[in-house]
Design a protein around this ligand. Structure first.
Ligand code: CMC
Length: 373
């Protein structure tokens, strides 16, 4: 019997092997490709193919993936009916969780062979984006839109939400965030999906578990939490005053810190450069002053660095997207990583079942109910 080890939060524990991504202090790679290289030279659809099929696509493979996405994009009417019935004040992450589960009853892919699972993953990519866009429109009292042929996944999502083809900057920036968010090895939501896979349950159940796990502000919910924090300031001075109080009161600052990266998150560096350019282009440099008024003391005094959610929140904000949509957009990307991990776990499975250390009462006897106090 192996001697049991205990690490709160599984910190520093290797909980399994993967060929999908490597998160290191000095680099992040998806299947051997550095994230900066992918961010500069690929699209989200190519990254989805890389994660799901193990390699970047050839032109033919990319066009097959795009064709499949186009085929499965239209949401079943039943899913749209459900979206209409969910009260308008329900957070979009909850809507997405319930609707993905419901959409699972209309899964067009049959079977559980590796290629079936990959096609189901592509269908889940389409459904998650379709649900986010349709919900966005219904909340604005507009009808969901049919997909428009020929658009990239990022442009399609924005088009189906907003009703106009997005400009090049918006398309490229959403595409970039989808690439950066797509995969991050054994983070909490991915681990949750692997646990579901390890019981030989189904992919939709695993993705629903992933959505529920990502929602929390210590994980994917941080992009919304970070923007809600920034949105309360009307000047850099107000932000500076707030961060001093946060230090005094030892408050957590959302969008900062990471369990693995202790010297900064590679994804945040990539996105922050783009965010600065976007703010200049939009004449919104005030937001960068507020952004820096929080960031500089966190980095210089606390040595706690922004994670990807910090620049991402403000990027989406400057693109005019509602804050409630930010973590759902994270889902639209991470669904690819979750599915890749589901497939990897299912193909080489061992039930994930750790131990716990019991710290409750010592053994005691059941008293008859009338004698209990
Ligand atoms: N604000 C203030 N202090 C912090 C923060 C923060 N965001 N993050 C870490 N610290 C402090 C923490 O209080 C602790 O201080 P001390 O040693 O004095 O008690 C020290 O840094 C070590 O932190 P930790 O809590 O042991 O680190 P962890 O590995 O358990 O936590 C984390 C990682 C991501 C949960 C944490 O940094 C955090 O809560 N950040 C804010 C939420 C957030 O931005 N989450 C997104 C994570 S990355 C992308 C994603 O998954 O979406």
């Amino acid at each position: 019997m192996v001697e049991a080890i205990y690490k709160p939060g599984l910190e520093g524990v290797i909980a399994g092997e993967t060929t999908i991504a490597a998160v290191e202090q000095t680099s992040l790679s998806y299947r051997g490709y550095n994230i900066a290289d992918l961010a500069e030279n690929t699209t989200f659809e190519e990254v989805a193919h890389l994660l799901l099929y193990g390699d970047l696509p050839t032109s033919k493979q990319l066009s097959q993936l795009q064709t499949t996405l186009a085929q499965v994009r239209p949401l079943p009417q039943e899913v749209i009916q459900v979206l209409r019935k969910i009260p308008t004040d329900v957070p979009m992450m909850d809507v997405l969780r319930s609707t993905l589960s419901f959409a699972g009853h209309f899964d067009p892919v049959k079977g559980d062979a590796p290629d079936d699972l990959r096609r189901r993953a592509v269908w889940l990519m389409a459904v998650s984006a379709g649900v986010v866009a349709a919900r966005f429109r219904l909340l604005k009292n507009r009808e969901p839109l049919d997909p428009k042929p020929g658009l990239s996944h990022a442009a399609q999502l924005l088009y189906q939400a907003i009703g106009e083809e997005p400009d090049e900057t918006a398309t490229r920036l959403l595409d970039l965030t989808l690439i950066l968010y797509a995969e991050h090895e054994y983070n909490a939501s991915t681990f949750a999906t692997r646990i579901v896979a390890s019981t030989m349950s189904d992919m939709v159940s695993a993705i629903v578990a992933g959505v529920g796990t990502l929602k929390g502000p210590l994980h994917g919910g941080a992009n919304e939490a970070a923007m809600n924090m920034l949105a309360q300031f009307d000047s850099a001075d107000a932000a500076s005053k707030w961060i001093r109080e946060a230090f005094e009161k030892k408050h957590k600052v959302m969008g900062f810190g990471h369990r693995v990266y202790k010297n900064g998150d590679h994804r945040a560096h990539i996105l922050e450069d783009e965010l600065r350019t976007l703010a200049e282009q939009k004449g919104q440099t005030k937001w960068m002053e507020i952004y820096d008024a929080i960031k500089d003391p966190m980095v210089n005094e606390k040595k706690i660095y922004p994670n990807v959610d910090y620049p991402c929140g403000l990027t989406y904000y400057l693109l005019g997207l509602p804050i409630d949509m930010y973590t759902p957009l994270f889902v639209c990307s991470r669904v690819t990583g979750w599915c890749a991990h589901f497939i990897e776990q299912a193909m080489n499975n061992r039930l994930i079942r750790p131990l716990s250390r019991y710290t409750g009462p010592a053994e005691r006897k059941v008293a008859p109910i009338a004698q209990r106090v």
